[in-house]
Design a protein. Structure first.
Length: 265
C-alpha cells in the first residue's frame, strides 16, 4: 500500500500545479458535453472536477490520498476520500453518465483494469461516456522521462489493448487518440540530431586570375566528387529525424467509449 500523502508530495516535487493540470485536461471537457454527473476516479486534488464545475457539469472526485483530498476540499470541491474500487462497488447502478480516469490504469495490473471497466459499466447510465487517459506508448518522452519516474507505475497500456478491454466489457463506439494540446517536451535524444547546412570554404588568397581558376577547379571537383556523398549523409540524418518524430508523439493518449443503450440497440 502506498504511503499516505506520498503521491501528493511527489507531484509537487516534479512541478505539477492545478493551473498546469487544468490547462492540460481542458482538452477532455468537450467529451462530456451534455453530461449531468461525471465521476473523476483518482482525481488528485480535483483539477478536472473544478473544470467541470466551471462548465456547468456536476463533478465528483474520488481519491484515496488524504493530502490530495484535503487540497481539493480546501478549494471547495466535491471529493470522496476512498479507494476507487470500493467506491464503484458501493455506488448505485446507473447513477452517473460520465466517468473520467486520468493516469490511473498504468498503476494497475491488467486484471484490475478490467475490473475497473466492469464496475464503471455498472454505475454508468446507458449512453454514458467513459474516458481513460494514460502515458502514450508511442512517445519517446513517456519512455525516457515520464513513465519510469513515478514509483507507482505498473505497465504501459497500448490504446488498442484498452479498446479491446472496453469492448470486451460491453462498451461501444470506442475511440482512440492523443492529447495533442498537452505540453510534451521533445525527447532528449533530439539534441543529438541538430541539422546544420554544409558550407565549403576555401582559404582566401590574394585574388589573381590564377587563384580564381584554381578555386573554381577545386569547387568543381568538390561538387562532382564530394557533394553527392555530403548530400546523402545529410539526407540520411533527415530521415532519422523524421523517423524519430513519428514515434516522439504527445506523452498522453486516451480511449473514449459509450455504454451501450440496450433500448436503442
Amino acid at each position: 500500500m502506498t504511503e499516505p500523502g506520498l503521491d501528493y508530495e511527489f507531484l509537487r516535487y516534479i512541478g505539477v500545479t492545478p493551473e498546469r493540470q487544468k490547462l492540460h485536461q481542458r482538452f477532455y471537457l468537450s467529451f462530456f458535453a451534455g453530461c449531468q454527473t461525471v465521476i473523476d476516479l483518482g482525481c488528485g486534488d480535483g483539477d478536472f472536477i473544478e473544470l467541470l464545475s466551471e462548465n456547468g457539469i456536476m463533478g465528483i472526485g474520488v481519491d484515496s490520498d488524504p493530502l490530495e483530498c484535503d487540497a481539493a476540499r480546501k478549494r471547495g470541491l466535491n471529493i470522496i476520500c476512498q479507494d476507487v474500487f470500493e467506491y464503484l462497488t458501493s455506488a448505485q447502478p446507473e447513477s452517473v453518465d460520465g466517468i473520467f480516469a486520468s493516469h490511473l490504469v498504468e498503476h494497475l495490473p491488467y486484471e484490475r483494469v478490467l475490473e475497473l471497466m466492469q464496475l464503471s459499466y455498472r454505475v454508468m447510465r446507458p449512453g454514458g461516456v467513459i474516458v481513460l487517459t494514460t502515458p502514450n506508448v508511442r512517445s519517446l518522452f513517456s519512455h525516457l522521462e515520464m513513465f519510469y519516474m513515478h514509483f507507482g507505475h505498473v505497465s504501459f497500456y497500448h490504446p488498442r489493448l484498452l479498446r479491446f478491454f472496453l469492448e470486451h466489457v460491453g462498451f461501444v463506439n470506442v475511440e482512440m487518440g492523443e492529447n495533442a494540446s498537452s505540453v510534451s517536451p521533445a525527447s532528449p535524444i533530439f539534441g543529438m540530431f541538430q541539422m546544420y547546412p554544409i558550407h565549403t570554404k576555401l582559404p582566401l588568397w590574394q585574388d589573381t586570375w590564377l587563384r580564381r581558376v584554381v578555386r573554381r577547379l577545386r569547387m568543381l571537383v568538390a561538387r562532382v566528387f564530394a557533394q553527392p556523398y555530403l548530400d546523402m549523409i545529410n539526407h540520411n540524418f533527415v530521415q532519422i529525424r523524421n523517423a524519430l518524430e513519428q514515434i516522439d508523439r504527445p506523452f498522453e493518449c486516451y480511449v473514449k467509449a459509450i455504454k451501450r443503450d440496450e433500448q436503442i440497440s
